[in-house]
Design a protein around this ligand. Structure first.
Ligand SMILES: Nc1ncnc2c1ncn2[C@@H]1O[C@H](COP(=O)(O)OP(=O)(O)OP(=O)(O)O)[C@@H](O)[C@H]1O
Ligand SMILES: [Mg+2]
Length: 332
């Protein structure tokens, strides 16, 4: 095989790269480190986060723009780097690259992203909508399934889509993403303990302690210490962390219920048979499938390797280009 087939998911916080025959080869922070003037790139991805963590005089440049969406200039630089890393700097055999994009991205933006992907070294560039890629990565037979709901719990938002016969028939932002959950934990700690922790510490608490359903209030409750400014340590229980994020989970459950309410009765019975499938890093939150299943009255499954699922599906779609038929993709 001379040209590699590469699937790339540029997320708000993570970039994931899947190569056919090799699997997931990159899963790193969506970050560049530049010099202080921002004119020279010093490091990319995990190396950038490591460099910035050492307190080096460098500037962090995120893939996500303020508000939502990606900064396509930064995305181009990231793509160039990733393609170079996967294919070698010489790029003798330029790869076929499939990139996942949010379903709501406009035609002009799609062309800009394709252009950037070609300039970054692709032989051929394709785009696929994230909900479709998520479904393919979750091993759902998208072109024959009569209705399935895929819900991606990402960092910037939680998005759900109904997919039927290979098409995204409806999709909606159903609630906040993991970054907002971190902020909720940070605020709760500030309010109750009078200590301002870093967002990364809040995320760490979430990953280590949070559950989608509240642990019994009078249970022992796991506690850990957090390094935080002046009072050197504070102790936080799993119950505190979990109750801080509960309103966000409630919003996601309601948003999903709203989306599912709009489908036809036939689609609803298909969804009941197949289940709602969760992807994205947030799908790893303890108890989330049980919580959503209870709220929706439907089976809820977590995709295998949920955080890499969109990248895997993006790469798999390259072997199966008919799944992105009907004007849903662009190629150059
Ligand atoms: N075990 C865990 N429990 C809860 N949340 C988790 C866990 N592991 C990762 N996360 C969260 O998942 C999010 C990252 O997921 P993912 O990589 O799917 O997002 P992204 O693709 O960068 O963002 P987006 O899809 O919104 O652009 C982060 O908010 C992270 O804190
Ligand atoms: Mg994502």
């Amino acid at each position: 095989m001379l040209s590699k087939k590469i699937g790339i998911d540029l997320g708000t916080t993570r970039v994931v790269v899947y190569v056919k025959g090799e699997g997931v080869v990159v899963n790193e922070p969506a970050l560049l480190a530049t010099d202080e003037k921002g004119s020279r790139i010093l490091a990319v991805g995990a190396a950038a986060s490591e460099l910035l963590g050492r307190g080096t005089r460098a500037r962090a440049v995120h893939l996500a723009r303020d508000g939502d969406g990606l900064d396509y200039g930064v995305a181009g630089t990231m793509l160039h780097h990733l393609i170079g890393r996967v294919c070698g700097r010489q790029r003798i055999f330029r790869p076929d690259v499939m990139l996942s994009i949010p379903a709501q991205v406009t035609g002009a933006e799609r062309r800009a992203v394709l252009e950037a992907t070609m300039q970054a070294g692709a032989k051929t560039a394709y785009l696929i909508e994230k909900p479709l890629a998520a479904a393919i990565g979750a091993n759902i037979p998208v072109s024959s399934v009569r209705a399935v709901v895929v819900c991606n719990l990402g960092a910037a938002s939680s998005d759900a889509a109904v997919i039927a016969m290979g098409d995204v028939v409806s999709m909606e932002r159903v609630g906040p993403g993991g970054t907002a959950l971190d902020q909720m934990i940070l605020s709760a700690v500030a309010e109750r303990q009078g200590v301002r922790i870093a967002p990364s510490e809040a995320e760490d608490l979430k990953v280590r302690l949070a559950t989608a359903t509240l642990p019994a209030a009078d249970g022992p409750g796991v506690t850990i210490a957090v390094r935080a400014g002046h009072p050197s340590t504070v102790t936080i229980s799993a119950a505190e962390v979990s109750s801080a994020i509960a309103p966000a989970l409630d919003e996601i459950a309601s948003g999903l219920a709203r989306l599912i309410d709009q489908v036809t009765p036939e689609q609803r019975s298909q969804i009941a048979a197949f289940g709602v499938v969760l992807t994205g890093g947030g799908a790893q939150l303890r108890g989330v499938s049980g919580f959503l299943s209870g709220r929706l009255g439907l089976p809820v499954k977590i995709a295998r390797d949920p955080q890499a699922c969109i990248a895997v599906g993006t790469g798999m779609a390259l072997e199966n280009l008919q799944v992105i038929r009907r004007g849903q993709h662009y190629m150059t």
